[in-house]
Design a protein around this ligand. Structure first.
Ligand code: ZN
Length: 391
């Protein structure tokens, strides 16, 4: 008879230590950070977070997640060795279902049209606070674009019971919509003080919501990320968001065969408007596979990559960029990375705001070389300008 391993009885931290993972305690020992063995992140303490209470881990950089068994299996390489470590005996493995039943049931994600309808109705009932409007304006977005993109404020923690009640009264089911979950018989959307950024697909439908957390909250809670994906996994009737890729379309028509790739949905929105092109905004530089998938789905032939210029100092970013370029080329998409002097701005969103039209011309001239579009500007003059002026 095959015995089974009860993962509930195995301490993931105990196993992590036996596997020689360097652990760094965070949140007063409630969670631990270590280096991800999938994406080989080289940050100080590591980007992979282990949650000992739930017995699971997740890498913030590449999105890789699993439990104590997958951890042991990945590192030791063999099922047998992993099980030996977990139970101290050689056993036949039988998947253990108990943990899944013990945790609140997670819903499968609702189809995109349903999610879009619910998020649209939800955002309609939310307001944009003047402080957030001011923030968005200072990032170079005008009121018409702010309205069109649908940014809204979440002023408090988990304070959306009223809105959720109204949505249900209007006939919307909140099941299977990432971010929504049930608490004490009432539905709510998980919020943190900040503003919501709708994450859209290529047809401009809302796939999910990301939150830009207010700086005042980030100061109080340094472990929070600046941008949070509104998943409600682990909550009653909650749904995991995955890490969808944002497709930012500019308000004016653009060349359909080109899409730029950058990190971050908000940055993509801003850059799309200024450059006048479609942008693919990933949730992290490590998530290059999703970016490649999105590029394929868009059916583009050219994908210039515009990562933050901290890649000059950050080896992880540079490595991720190289992988992205390689993978895109494998699928037959023409790609190249566009770089600028970091003094002109760290991210593409900073540069386009500060250097506007001239930077746009520089980018378009580089793209024209790859797409055989007529060159409208003289790149040598622009490059000279980039060297003398922007730097
Ligand atoms: Zn990773």
């Amino acid at each position: 008879m095959a015995k089974s391993v009860d993962f509930d009885l195995v301490d993931i931290i105990d196993i992590a230590q036996q596997l020689n993972l360097k652990l760094h305690s965070i949140q007063g020992g409630k969670q631990y950070e270590t280096h991800c063995w999938k994406c080989e992140d080289e940050s100080i303490h590591g980007k992979l977070t282990i949650n000992p209470i739930k017995g699971v881990y997740r890498c913030a950089k590449c999105g890789y997640s699993g439990n104590v068994y997958t951890m042991a299996h990945d590192i030791l390489g063999y099922k047998e060795s992993a099980l030996e470590l977990l139970v101290g005996n050689k056993l036949d493995y039988q998947p253990q279902q108990r943990r899944k039943q013990a945790l609140p049931k997670e819903n499968s994600i609702a189809p995109i049209d349903i999610r879009h309808a619910v998020y649209t109705a939800f955002l309609k009932r939310m307001i944009l606070h003047s402080s957030h409007r001011q923030d968005l304006r200072s990032r170079g977005l005008n009121d018409a674009i702010i309205q069109q993109k649908g940014y809204k404020s979440t002023l408090h923690w988990d304070s959306t019971v009223g809105v959720c009640y109204l949505l249900q009264k209007e006939g919307y089911s909140l099941q299977g919509i990432p971010g929504f979950y049930e608490k004490d018989g009432q539905w709510l959307f998980m919020t943190v003080p900040g503003f919501l950024i709708p994450i859209r697909d290529k047809e401009n439908r809302i796939q999910g919501l990301q939150i830009r957390v207010d700086d005042s909250i980030l100061k109080q809670k340094p472990n929070l990320s600046k941008y949070i994906w509104k998943s409600s996994a682990g909550k009653l009737n909650g749904t995991s968001s995955g890490a969808p890729v944002h497709i930012a379309r500019p308000s004016k028509p653009t060349i359909p065969s080109v899409a730029y790739i950058t990190e971050g949905p908000l940055k993509a929105d801003i850059a799309a408007e200024y450059i006048g092109g479609t942008f693919i905004g990933t949730a992290g530089v490590g998530l290059y596979k999703q970016a490649v998938e999105a590029a394929k789905e868009l059916g583009i032939t050219t994908a210039p990559v515009l990562f933050d210029m901290d890649k000059l100092k950050n080896k992880d970013v540079k490595k991720a960029e190289t992988k992205l370029l390689e993978e895109l080329r494998k699928t037959g998409i023409d790609t190249f990375s566009i770089e600028w002097n970091p003094k002109a701005g760290k991210g593409i969103d900073d540069v386009v705001i500060t250097h506007g039209q001239r930077f746009k011309d520089l980018i378009q001239s580089q793209v024209a070389k790859h797409t055989a579009q007529p060159v409208k500007t003289n790149p040598s003059i622009l490059q000279k300008w980039m060297k003398s002026k922007a730097m």
